[in-house]
Design a protein around this ligand. Sequence first.
Ligand code: PLP
Length: 406
Amino acid sequence: MPLDIDKIREDFPILNRTVEGNRLIYLDNAATSQTPRCVVDSICQMYYEHKANVHRGVHTLSQEATDRVEEARTKVKEFINAGSTEEIIFTRGTTEGINLVASSFGDSLCNGDEIIVTVMEHHSNIVPWQLLQRNCRVVLRVVPMNADGSLMLDAYEDLFTDNTRLVALAHVSNVLGTVNPVKEMIAIAHRHGVPVLVDGAQAVAHRRVDVVDLDADFYAFSAHKMYGPVGVGILYGKRRFLEALPPYQGGGEMIGHVSFEKTTFADLPFKFEAGTPDYVGMAAMTAAIDYITSLGLDNIAAHEQELLAAATAGLMEIPGMKIFGNAPGKEGVISFLVDGIHHYDMGMLLDKMGVAVRTGHHCAQPLMTTLGIEGTVRASFAAYNSIDEVNRFVAAVARAAAMFRK
Ligand code: PLP
């Protein structure tokens, strides 16, 4: 069903503001999406009516806050079709989810163990594995890609050795928009007896994710990229892995019993949730997921594909345009450069015209090195972007390019 964009836009007051005298066109959704009123209302309601520390108090407010957080956990579980709420760990975001696995899973690694990543990973799915080098020599093996930005699956299969301990890969590239065939890649890894962590930061707000169907062992994502609050994320993990892993951080809430001699740990999921979490943000996940569900992920995906097609066609008309990543089925992310124009200059000029895009390496420097560039301009779409905005964005890029050609 087509989305009613005008109606959706009413849910996002920020879209009414102007930048440099122009109506804002927000196309930096891969970095963070804007937040609908219902999510902000949920945050306010928690502060105004239910604020109390969770999982600790017998008093009414604490129980209300706890109920809201646990309701959100159930909502997340259903959203990604996990088997149980015990497999849903609240984190600060994708980055913390991956660091959690790197830290806890990394405990069991030894010299010469190998982790397979892909050439298009975000730094959050590279650096945590490199930090393991502090304890032992872990080797990163990298899946290369084809010219269109799709991964070389044959090369992937060849990377497995007796020392492969984990595959860690992005579901969707934040630079190229490539949707990696994670289900197939997970099946290949499992044939080699290797578990897989999927970085779902760019996937969950744009496509249906079913962690059971994918058979993912770990799946990490961030609320702020899915119309949700900032500072909250989710790590899904299969129960048997989470049970076997040691805790990530120590502190309140994650314990069973503490003495100076010995501490036992809480059951899942609390074993991995030390300290006072952002329970206000956690509770607001319910509103964010309800919002996405009310629009319908399939409708969002279809709309974003329309925007992508229109933007791609429009940009390609501009002389000197190069788009990075055109794998079949790619998501609504366009990285581009115009010959002779630095990405930063293009970003600045677009900002002057009210268009918010990302410029730079997008936290994917190894990918930039592979592409032989320093950075790109990136436009990325969300449910509230309109075709009119895409047309104005394309016109703005053409205008900026023409200014440089003068
Ligand atoms: N992974 C990918 C593919 C991303 O695009 C991002 C953020 O842009 C991250 C991980 C990190 O997400 P966060 O900063 O929310 O932890």
